[in-house]
Structures are given as C-alpha cells and as structure tokens.
Write a protein of this length. Structure first.
Length: 95
C-alpha cells in the first residue's frame, strides 16, 4: 500500500451536514477498496481561481489515506460520478 493525499472540492450548495455526508461517503469508498483513511482535514469554503461547472466557490477537504496504487483509478471513477464533488486530485506522498 502507498500513502496518498487527496484534495476534494465539494459543491457549494452543500451545508455542513451535506459536507459531512459526502466526506463519509469518500471514506467508505476508500475502505471498500481495501484502503485506510489516516486523516481528514476540512479547509472550509474558498473562492475558486476559475469557475468549475459554473461555480465560483467550493468547500475543500483534504484526505490522507493508504491504498494500493492499482485502486486509485477506481476511486477517481467513483468520485467523478458523485454530483456533489466538483473536482478531486489524489497524489502519492513520497517518503
């Protein structure tokens, strides 16, 4: 397993409860793929540098996790189908 860091941009229509639900959903996807969530850090709502799907703001969440490298694409695909997630980027941490 490799260590990854992922920043996820959530749709601004989500309230605190909605953000928590999507955050839990992401954690469950990682676990279902055999991974382990190490930490989760909410960054709050921020203005985007450029509009994404006609949105100018998003709620940012950073998730640190461990997962087999061949499962990352499967995680990204599942996240692309979630309409509450505007964008995500997972990068491998170097030790």
């Amino acid at each position: 397993m490799s260590d990854y860091e992922m920043v996820t941009l959530l749709h601004p229509r989500l309230d605190d409860e909605g953000v928590q639900k999507v955050s839990q959903w992401v954690q469950e996807r990682i676990s279902s793929l055999g991974g382990e969530v190490v930490a989760q850090t909410p960054w709050g709502r921020r203005t985007l540098a450029f509009p994404i799907a006609k949105q100018t703001e998003a709620t940012y969440i950073q998730v640190d996790f461990r997962l087999d490298g061949n499962k990352i694409e499967e995680l990204n695909r599942a996240m692309r189908f979630n309409e509450d997630i505007l964008r995500q980027l997972a990068v491998r941490k170097h030790s």
